[in-house]
Design a protein around this ligand. Sequence first.
Ligand SMILES: [Zn+2]
Length: 91
Amino acid sequence: MLTRRQEIIEILEKSPMSISQLANMYKMKVEELLEDFPHIKKTIHPKQLKIIPAVCKDCRFVFKERTKLKAPSKCPKCRSEWIEEPLFKIE
Ligand SMILES: [Zn+2]
């Protein structure tokens, strides 16, 4: 049996996912799931957890400097709340 963290590692090695997709999958709160990530980062060494940045779906603004795992709520450029969530992958 794999633990949840091991499963998440396997999932993210295969395909990028957002934190809320994972939270849905495990019926967990995003905040609870975020607690797994420091452990995951240690476990996967020398592989790395990569973040595909969030993007505004209205103006395509990319939240490049943002390193937080959760999606930003608003676009600083056009004020849209229609934000494509950041995705995670392990490489
Ligand atoms: Zn925007």
